[in-house]
Design a protein around this ligand. Structure first.
Ligand code: ZN
Length: 453
């Protein structure tokens, strides 16, 4: 390990720990698709990044959906005859099914049982259940505790309120030189669950902090929204301006110890898909690329056929592929600071690639320019320190005809984007390249897709 490597790794460790600490701060909050828990979460995010908080009233139409009543809960428990809480929302917020309607009555175990949910295969874990669009109530508990409940009468109390209110979401917009946008979206609707929910929030907030301090070509929009109804509502309210989104990522499940998985956008070959695949190929030892499928997180809405936005999903182990998913075992121990730091680093590399993915025109296109005369060929002093290679210089010169991005060239040359980019910088410095504006089309597609490379 060189000095620079160890410095980078200790910075990564520090970043991972910091993101994990932020998750620990948000962990106890009882979130759902609406209500005080989402607002409290957004206020905690607002302390770190410039976040605008929006309230969309219950009953607002959003395409085929309607913003639901707002749900809030103060207390919920099941008490035995001895006056002991045998299931207690205050001990763990997963104990209460999200969106449970208010209840206050006594009942025998036989009547209570249909409202109790457990995981018999994992008797020490509490499951996560919701009932957003069907009025119902329920409790989730450890199967081991369920089996110990004697036949007797129980007092069931759910002190919740389902009332007209609003759906709350947060948006951090960082303007860049161009109004073209990179969208980052994560869900904020799960209660005490870490990988599913909090890991995406922690990485998105850190990315927003970093990008806020940088010079940006693109504008960045970070969305913190309740899953499904949040993205549907956001798309309904922003339909006129979504064409500005040139690249996007849904961030979810980015903290478990598994390898990185990137799910491509519906377009399949959008610039963000190619850029992410390129970043992972040149940096990661093992990763998985999967094609789009219409199930999963909010990419389902961004990639619905009426929008078809270039939005992929960046995650580690896909949801449902780890047993801890949607249970109390998806806790702070399940999420690793190292994984958070690595996920953050790859997303940042993606942004850097997209920012640097420009088009140039060779200013000396008739035969090769004489590189030696310009200090770019073999004889150059301190050659071992340069990032680029002669091969990279030749590739950039040959393919820079105003139609190919640096990513097109890196892919074709099978060299890392960094090498191609630094070759382009060296050529720019000696006047052999000139930047060429990218076409102003709303749906930029590179020549690569038209088979020109
Ligand atoms: Zn989930």
């Amino acid at each position: 390990m060189t000095g620079a490597d160890s410095e980078e790794s200790s910075r990564g460790e520090e970043l991972g720990e910091a993101m994990h600490r932020f998750m620990a701060e948000l962990y106890p909050i009882c979130r759902s698709i609406t209500g005080g828990g989402v607002r409290e979460t957004l206020h905690a995010i607002q302390k770190r990044i410039p976040l605008q908080i929006y309230e969309v009233p219950s009953g607002t139409k959003a395409f085929d959906w309607t913003v639901p009543l707002e749900w809030n809960v103060t207390d919920a428990y099941v008490m035995n005859q001895a006056g002991k809480r045998v299931i207690d929302f205050k001990a763990h917020n997963l104990h209460l099914m999200s969106y449970s309607s208010p209840v206050r009555k006594k009942m025998p175990l036989a009547d209570l049982r249909p409202h109790l949910f457990t995981l018999p295969d994992h008797p020490e874990w509490i499951p996560y259940r919701t009932s957003y669009y069907k009025e119902s109530w329920g409790f989730c508990l450890r199967h081991a505790d369920f089996e110990r409940l004697p036949e007797e009468e129980y007092e069931v109390v759910i002190d919740s309120r389902l009332q007209p209110g609003s759906l709350t979401y947060g948006e951090a917009y960082l303007p860049g030189e161009s109004s073209d946008e990179i969208l980052i979206s994560c869900h904020v609707c799960h209660p005490s669950l870490c990988n599913d929910n909090l890991s995406g929030i922690a990485v998105a907030v850190k990315l927003a902090e970093t990008m806020a301090a940088r010079q940006r070509r693109y504008s960045y929009r970070f969305l913190f929204i309740p899953g499904t109804i949040g993205s549907i509502t956001w798309l309904a309210q922003n339909e006129q301006t979504v064409s500005r989104i040139k690249h996007g990522l849904v961030l979810t499940g980015v903290g478990d110890a598994g390898r990185i998985t990137y799910k491509k956008s519906r377009q399949g070959n959008a610039e963000v898909d190619r850029a992410m695949a390129h970043v992972l190929k040149h940096v990661e030892e093992a990763f998985t690329l999967i094609d789009f499928f219409p199930y999963g997180y909010d990419e389902r809405q961004y990639c619905s056929p009426g929008f078809d936005l270039p939005v992929g999903c960046f995650m580690r182990t896909p949801h449902g592929h780890y047993p801890e998913y949607h249970s109390s075992a998806d806790n702070l121990d399940f999420v690793k600071p190292d994984s958070l730091a690595q996920s953050y680093a790859q997303c940042l590399r993606l942004f850097e690639l997209l920012e640097g993915n420009r088009i140039y025109v060779n200013q000396n296109p008739k035969c090769e320019p004489q590189l030696g005369r310009r200090g770019l060929y073999r004889t150059v002093a301190g050659q071992q320190e340069k990032q680029w290679t002669e091969l990279a210089l030749f590739w950039v010169l040959n393919a820079s005809d105003g139609r190919h991005t640096l990513l097109d060239i890196a892919e074709r040359a099978d060299l890392s984007f960094d090498k191609i980019q630094s070759a382009a910088e060296a050529l720019l410095e000696v006047g052999l390249l000139k930047e060429c504006p990218r076409p102003e089309s709303t749906q930029w597609r590179s020549d690569h897709e038209y088979g020109l490379l």
